[in-house]
Design a protein around this ligand. Sequence first.
Ligand code: HSE
Length: 440
Amino acid sequence: MNDTSTIKVGILGFGTVGQGTWKHLEENADFWEKILGVRLIPSRASVRTLDKERKVRIPSDLLTTDSQSIVDDPDIDLLCELIGGIEEAKRLTLQAFSLGKSVVTANKALICEHGEELFQAAEAAGVHYAFEASVAGGIPIIKVLRESLVANEFPLIYGILNGTSNYILTRMENEGASFDSVLDDARELGYVEADEALDLDGVDAAHKAVILAYLAHGLWVDLKDITVEGISKISNEDLNAALKLGCKIKLIGVIRRNFDNNHVSVGVYPALVPMAEIIARTDGVYNGISLTGSVVGTVVLTGRGAGQDPTAGSVISDLVDVVKGIKGISASSKLVHVSPNQCLPAQAIEIEGCYYLRLSVYDKPGQLAKVAECLADHEVSLATVSQSPQGENELASIILTTHQTNEHSIARAIESLEGLDGVRGKPVLFRMFDPNPEKE
Ligand code: HSE
């Protein structure tokens, strides 16, 4: 390691994920420094061609077509291997290990084929080899399997492991769109592998399933020995027929273990998945992984499985872990949160939302009007109103929902309602949860 106050990161492969990693390392440099006590500096990147137009621009003298020169550069402390493919990536990774440099990768094909050799080489060299971004893009599945769910054995792990094919199937299903037109959009969004057949023929998902099977069961399954099917034979007609059967067709990876004989089966294929499963309702570029553990029961993780930012997020999470490992900072040693900006509590007037209100009122003329007026005085606007009698006690229930307002206004409105002539007891209030309030 060079200067102890900085760690210089070399990025092998400046495609979708490489550019995203550079961008986020630069944008949040101060934050990483607060967490790690060292500055992470993206320093050099390798490309196949220098003159290609790229969305993330960096000084031209930091770009090279010679990946080897970055691995060998004594100023580079850590490497991100994001070139994909197998032979060159393997050679560069092993060389980095031999120079005492840790490597973070998103290369599922490489780990699937040579994981055992690479893990052993990293261990022998005393360096880290981290691969969170290799499975399910932005979903932290590797960490969850290895750390959070370590108390479990897994009879079943299954789910959607390829964002491109899920994106294509979802748009075919929702819009009746053709396979080819949606594939064009997926390319534009940076979801698709350089070798598109990997996505469309199920091989990319199979690479990921093999990695998960290893992490869950310690068994390397050979791709040649398992069922791997893609999405090319799925038609709009099949998708519609599946819906009528209460299912969706999803490309899923399935890893089952029979604990009577410890046999593990791995496969990737399109299947009709019942709508009751979260995996069936996981659409678009999202991946979803359902893990059934012997201790925890079933845990389902969903999130963006491809694309620049989610995948770069996983690369950076690995970089931070590796630097913590190098610096001897234990993951749990910092209980006190370090934030990029100081946060303050929100005021009631800033906390917006819609509300449900139930009031007991005397069932007499003008009562509803008084309630509406009271709410209007506090600038709470009504969305819906319904009233029904409460049996024989001359009382009625009024159920109201409001348009968007805030905690301050609704609290004042409730106070006034409680004091209103004709209102009996305390109004019942529930918040109407909206995960995307900005749509309002
Ligand atoms: N092409 C891959 C996918 C990228 O669509 O899932 C993420 O591994």
